[in-house]
Design a protein around this ligand. Structure first.
Ligand SMILES: [Zn+2]
Length: 58
C-alpha cells in the first residue's frame, strides 16, 4: 500500500534542503519539490515513488 502523502501545501522534504532556484512545482501534484540541479526531479518524492513503482514492473 502506498504511504499517504501529506497535503500538497506541504513542500517535499527535498525542497527544504534546496536553494530557492532549484525549487519548483511537481508536474503531477504541484507540490514544491527540488526540480533542478543535482538530484532534481520534475516529480516530488511522493509522485516519484508512485511512478517508479509502476515503471519498475515494465
Ligand atoms: Zn507530486
Amino acid at each position: 500500500m502506498a504511504t499517504p502523502a501529506p497535503p500538497i501545501t506541504e513542500p517535499d522534504p527535498s525542497a527544504l534542503t534546496s536553494s530557492g532556484d532549484q525549487v519548483g512545482p511537481c508536474t503531477v501534484c504541484h507540490r514544491k519539490t527540488r526540480r533542478y540541479g543535482h538530484g532534481g526531479c520534475p516529480l516530488c518524492s511522493y509522485c516519484f515513488a508512485d511512478a517508479s513503482a509502476k515503471w519498475g514492473r515494465a
